[in-house]
Design a protein around this ligand. Sequence first.
Ligand code: TYD
Length: 334
Amino acid sequence: MRWLVTGGLGFIGSNFIRVVLRERPDVRIVNLDAMTYAGNPANLRDLEDNPRYRFVHGDIGDVNAVESAIGDGVDAIVNFAAETHVDRSILDPEAFLRTDILGTHVLLEAVRRRGIARYLQVSTDEVYGDVERGESSEDDPLRPRSPYSASKAGGDLHVLAYRSTYDTPVLITRGSNTYGPYQYPEKLIPLFVTNLIDDQQVPVYGDGLQIRDWLHVEDHARGILHVLEHGTLGEVYNVGGGNPRTNLEITRLLLEGCGRSHDTHVRHVVDRPGHDRRYAVNTAKLSALGWAPRVPFADGIAATIVWYREHESWWRPLKSGEFLEYYKRQYAHR
Ligand code: TYD
């Protein structure tokens, strides 16, 4: 079996590739990645000599790059390639439309043209929008509220349209907030951990009472793998951790784990515009298919803090150059 993974140098993609190569000895992986700021070769450095792994540098929006990655053919495409950070989508929405919608389109066309047997779109629970109470199910209406989530919702709808129109063999997963090793330090958990290691303050948006459902990246990767192998074509599956926490609760855990105190290290800053208060997904559909998360939240968070402590050589170079410019644009005026 040969699978094309796109965006495999990113956070969830690289963890997925590592899980697949470890647990599926009959699968070979081609990784097509554009190496944007978040696509980091260091995420998969340990696989560079693995004979079942091949890297192709290119953008999913580029038909020729996609063709050359597919080569003689693949059995499946798993699309992780996306612009993913809400705050960046507020500063600069266009890249999100290009990759998350037009890039998805180029991949769907390749699936149609080459008769590829399975296409899995990695999406997000953010497409459901703000969930005041209850949980989002897969057939709930999409009410995205940021340029990021609107782009992902556009991608999802296009994928489902290909199913209705051309009978394209598609699947969609919608994951909740993910944490773990190799996450770019712009997102809540790695940003806060690395700031705290460096004895810097952490910027909590607004009152910090927003709620996210946290999912360990290995559980997320296994959820995607499970849907790829067992899902019904044309269906959408939520993947959630079942760990709803306010941002202040997460902040408290990280302060404790890093030996810092709330009074000196937390700064409440101006809220994100259009900030969704709460996400919550119902995962009964994927549970019925036989998947369950394995990593207890307290263990996952503790291990993640240790990982960032022990991998300064991974994240320190990332918190320079482009990141510092972004950090200034994003936080200086707050
Ligand atoms: P984030 O990791 O950006 O994921 P998402 O916005 O996709 O859920 O943010 C998680 C939560 O943390 C979200 O409610 C916004 C909040 N947050 C802060 O309070 N401060 C920050 O500096 C960041 C990056 C996020």
